[in-house]
Design a protein around this ligand. Structure first.
Ligand SMILES: O=C(O)C1=C[C@@H](OP(=O)(O)O)[C@@H](O)[C@H](O)C1
Ligand SMILES: C=C(OP(=O)(O)O)C(=O)O
Length: 418
């Protein structure tokens, strides 16, 4: 096992945070660029998820075995792409990917005529594609009801191949739809690449046939990655401030709500007039409210770990809801947060069905080692605790999934990373 130590030398945190580009935007844009047959994408990150998406799209033409590793968007988006292009071969993933469900997407693609079989466990990757392209009857709108309460990635995947179907696609989303902003991001990018894709009613989305047009797109910096800098600032000494380049005030990423969530936790955001990024300033905390405030993470699940750790470290009780999807991400993130918070004298018990409360009576950071559970967000969400004391992080390279330069970026603002 490799370990990394983090130590803040003292004094305010200032400087510029180097952020990666959004992997969510990039992986959509890469697929749409491929389906459009052109267009230039700028600011693609070196995140493994983005590199993988590029590689698999390039390899599909020449191989019958593809590996999406631990990248959910790659697994789900490629599944839809390989189905509409009539690919023959096997799409697999990492051990954890084989535990992340995919039946909702496979069922929908099968209903459109794709031949996809499960190689190991029913309902889970790996998948074998029979080479039969989806065959919705020419000129007829394909209509599907798809559950929206497990992962929005199935819906985004289906929507993006919708313009390639001869009669277009109408999706009716059922259940309590989670991660909605990611669906809206998909629609925005599809429209950017010339598709007619619109919400025609509550949870009904229609996509017209006709494919895509080549377009250029510059990927925005990643707001989920920015959340770790908000956390660092919230836990930093008084007088701290940071510049986060490449963030837009009007973002297609739902995780930009971190700027609102972090206000009562002492971080104020201002956007630079020239559009070059966000300036973050730390402000003194107001007295805590009498009752623990509740934040619903159903629209922004990737922020839950960040906020849980900051609330615990600041001793600000907070209730977290909308966490269901965390159980099927890179790890069971609810269990992982609980386990790791306990090392610091905090916890996040389920106090009512679906309601988790961050509690911290005796929070202390004094050299504990954080386990990262093959989850980049466990590493990055707990790293800001180094502002409060020395810390060890196990398997730090896990950050390569979305933010390979994270540790270098921390070192660049003065964190002692060893
Ligand atoms: O579409 C996307 O780019 C993503 C959607 C979300 O997943 P779910 O829809 O599974 O919640 C999010 O957690 C993930 O990091 C990226
Ligand atoms: C859940 C995540 O990614 P994915 O589902 O794309 O693997 C994430 O990056 O937090």
């Amino acid at each position: 096992m490799t370990n990394q130590s983090l130590r803040w030398p003292g004094g305010p945190l200032t400087g510029t945070a180097h952020l990666p580009a959004s992997k969510s935007e990039a992986n959509r844009a890469l697929l749409l660029q491929r389906l459009a047959g052109g267009g230039t994408l700028s600011n693609l990150s070196e995140a493994n998820d983005t590199v993988l998406m590029q590689r698999l799209l390039a390899q599909a033409a020449s191989t019958d075995h593809l590996d999406a590793e631990d990248a959910g968007t790659v697994m789900r988006f490629m599944t839809a792409y390989l189905a509409v292009t009539g690919w023959r071969g096997t799409l697999t993933g990492a051990a954890r990917m084989k535990q992340r469900p995919i039946a909702i997407l496979v069922d929908a693609l099968r209903a459109l005529g794709a031949s996809i079989e499960y190689v190991e466990q029913e309902g889970y990757p790996p998948l074998r594609f029979g080479g039969q392209p989806v065959a919705a009857p020419a000129g007829q709108l394909a209509e599907l009801a798809v559950r929206g309460d497990v992962s929005s990635q199935y819906i985004s995947a289906l929507l993006m191949v919708g313009p390639m179907l001869p009669g277009g696609l109408r999706l009716r989303l059922t259940g309590e739809v989670g991660s909605r902003p990611y669906i809206k991001m998909t629609l925005k990018l599809m429209q950017h690449f010339g598709a007619a894709a619109t919400e025609v009613g509550r949870d009904v989305i229609e996509v017209q046939p006709g494919g895509y047009r080549p377009a250029d797109y510059t990927v925005e910096s990643d707001w989920s990655a920015a959340s770790y800098w908000y956390a660092l600032l919230a836990l930093a000494p008084a007088g701290s401030s940071l510049l986060l380049p490449g963030l837009r005030e009007k973002s297609w990423q739902g995780d930009h709500v971190i700027q609102i969530i972090m206000q009562p936790l002492g971080v104020v955001t201002e956007f630079r007039a020239d559009g070059s990024g966000a300036s973050l300033t730390q402000r003194p905390l107001a007295p805590p409210p009498v009752d623990a405030p509740t934040t619903n993470f159903s629209d922004c699940p990737d922020l839950a770990q960040t906020v849980a750790v900051v609330a615990a470290a600041l001793g600000r009780p907070r209730r977290l809801t909308g966490l269901d999807s965390l159980r099927i991400k890179e790890t069971d993130r609810i269990a992982a947060i609980q386990q790791e918070l306990r090392k610091f004298g905090a916890d996040m018990p389920e106090v009512a069905p679906g309601v988790f409360e961050v509690q911290s009576a005796n929070f202390h950071v004094d050299g504990q080692a954080v386990d990262t559970y093959d989850d980049h967000r466990m590493a990055m969400a707990f790293a800001p605790l180094a502002m409060r004391g020395p810390l060890l992080v196990h398997e730090p390279l896990v950050v390569r999934k979305s933010y390979p330069s994270f540790w270098r970026a921390l070192a660049a603002v003065g964190m002692q990373v060893g």
